[in-house]
Every structure is written in C-alpha cells, then in structure tokens.
Design a protein around this ligand. Structure first.
Ligand SMILES: [Zn+2]
Length: 280
C-alpha cells in the first residue's frame, strides 16, 4: 500500500487538482453567483503565477513531502498513532479530522497575529473571489503552513493514507469553496452541515472585518459552529457585498509582483483579531 501511495502520489494529486479545477471553472462560467467587476483575464494569470512560485518553492526548500514524512514516522514508530494499537480506519479518520482542526486553528492564528496577517492578507486582497482565489497564498505562508503540517503529522504519527486523503481533500475543497458558483439556497443550507460551501466561505472574504474574521473552516464546517466563529450570510448579501480588504484596492495590486511584496507594505491594518472595534 505504502509503495503504491508513494509511486502514484504526484499523479493522484495532479488528477484531483486538475479535475476539480476544470469542473468548478466550467460551473462558474455556466451559473456564476456574483457578477465580476474584474475579469479572469487579469486575475487568473497572476493568481496561477503565485501557484507556480509556491510549487517551485516547496520543491526546492523541502526535501520531502508530508506523505513521505508519515511513512518515515511509521517506520521509526514515531508519533501518537504509531505508539498505540488502533484499527487502521480509526487512525485514518481521526488523523484527517485532527489535521483539519489544526488547519482551522492555523487559519485563526494567521488572522490573530499581525505579522502573520500580513502574509495571509494577500489571499484576502483578491478583489473578486473565484476558483483561482482558492490557490492564491503568499509563498511565505505556504512555507510556514508546510512546517506546521510536518509538525502535526509527525506528532500525530498520522498514517500516510490519511495525510494523502487530507491534502487532496483540502486542495479540492479550497478550490470548491472559493468558487463563484450558484448553489440552490435550500441545498446549500443542508450541505453546510457536511462541508464548507462557497456561500459560507465567501463571508470570510468580505471587506468588513467582523465578517472576514468568521468562517475560518476550509473543509469540515463544524469547527466554526463549535468555536463560535460561524456567520451564516454577509450583511450586504452575496451580490451586494464587497470582496477584499481595505488596503490594496487598486486593480494593479492584483499583479504577481505587487502580491509578492504586499506583506512588507503599509501597516498591518485593522483586521487582526485583537483589534476589537474592527470585529463587532
Ligand atoms: Zn483567511
């Protein structure tokens, strides 16, 4: 099993990524949720440019993937699930859920600490939200995310299969829940109990700080309800709401060069969680 995972890992990732991206892009085109003021022709090449920079960075900087790290931890008996005897399926399901909780907490942390918000706000500075936004993260945020993920995978002794499921799922749900797609409201309400939907996550991309600092979940929707960070809908409605943050409102800011230096420009702004009057 391990050998199969190891051999096919890049293929599984690419197929899932490409498949869901094309599917959601077509869905957006057919039934868009919001009319976009700034079209794909300017945003997409730049947002996908960030993906290229991120991918190159991860390849160059990290000697291994999280899946390979999980295989190494298992071989050496390192980490919680490698020390206690549990049925494999329990270890796999628990690991996926715990990794998802870790990503939720990491996301809250990136909204709470001003220095980390500077990195994460590049994701929020997109002036529209669609499938390409789901991939737009600053390379330094990607680097820190990898370190956190490696630490959680090692400490947990997560099975390699769980890590692969989690990573493919996270990539797919991030593309899905950033998509500018129209889903019938009744169906969305039900689906929200199982996964984060585009309408639920769009609230998180509102320019209003109180809305930005809600709906942190990417994958499982339960954490926001459990920790009190859930907001059902944006105050101005999905069509009326403004996407982005108060800084970087010029469309030139959507260029790859500008995006990469955004963390180092201006002040941290009013968004970090400790800024009480910004989070009513
Ligand atoms: Zn965020």
């Amino acid at each position: 099993m391990r050998e199969i995972l190891f051999a096919y890992e890049p293929f599984i990732r690419l197929a899932a990524f490409g498949g869901i991206f094309i599917l959601m892009a077509v869905w957006e085109f057919v039934t868009p949720r919001r009319k976009q003021g700034i079209g794909r022709s300017w945003r997409w090449p730049n947002n996908l440019g960030v993906v290229a920079v991120d991918t190159a960075l991860v390849r160059v900087v990290f000697p291994t993937t999280a899946v390979v790290l999980a295989i190494l931890a298992e071989a050496r008996g390192f980490g919680l699930f490698n020390m206690i005897a549990l049925p494999t399926w329990i270890a796999v399901v628990s690991s996926v859920v715990i990794l998802d909780l870790a990503i939720y907490l990491q996301h809250v942390l990136f909204h709470a600490v001003p220095a980390l918000w500077r990195l994460h706000r590049m994701h929020h500075a997109d002036l529209e939200i669609d499938v390409s936004t789901g991939l737009r993260f600053h390379p330094i945020e990607i680097f820190l995310s990898m370190l956190i993920k490696f630490a959680v995978v090692a400490a947990l002794g997560a099975p390699a299969l769980a890590v692969l499921i989690f990573e493919v799922l996270l990539n797919a749900t991030s593309i899905f829940n950033h998509a500018n797609v129209r889903i019938p409201l009744g169906f969305d309400r039900g689906l929200r109990w199982l996964m984060v939907t585009p309408d639920m996550h769009r609230v998180h991309h509102s320019i209003l700080a109180g809305e930005t600092n809600s709906n942190f979940g990417f994958n499982l929707p339960w954490w926001d309800r459990l920790f009190g960070t859930y907001r059902a809908q944006p105050a101005a409605g999905h069509e009326g709401m403004t996407i982005g943050i108060e800084q970087f409102r010029d469309s030139r800011e959507l260029g790859l060069d500008r995006m990469l230096v955004q963390p180092f420009r201006g002040d941290a702004g009013r968004y970090p969680l400790g800024h009480r009057e910004a989070n009513p």
